[in-house]
Ligand binder design. Sequence first.
Ligand code: FES
Length: 108
Amino acid sequence: MSDPSPLDKEARLDLGPVQAIPPGQGRCFRIGSSAIAVFRLRDGALRALDAHCPHQGGLLSDGLVDNEKVLCPLHALAFSLHTGAGLHHSLRVSRYKEIGRARMPSSA
Ligand code: FES
C-alpha cells in the first residue's frame, strides 16, 4: 500500500512550541497544500496523523482523543493514534513521528 501523504518523508518541520496544543487536544497544521493533525496526549506524548478523515474529510484535530485513538468529529469513526489504522473499519490515515517541535513521517 502506498503512502497517501504528499509530504516529503525526509522533511523535518518546526511546528512551534508544544504548549500551543493543550493536553488532551489536537491542532491542525497546514504545510503547503497538506495538513496534519498533531495531538498532545494527557501523558505528554505527541501524535500526528493526516488532518482529514478519509471518510468524508472531517478534521481529525477537532475530534475527541484519549491516549489511544481519535474519534472523527463528523461521524465518529475511530483511528489509532499509534498507527493511523481504522478501529473497527478499513479506512486509515498516515501517521507521523513527532520529535520535540519537529515532525518526521513514520516509516511504519
Ligand atoms: S468524515 Fe470522518 S467519520 Fe465521516
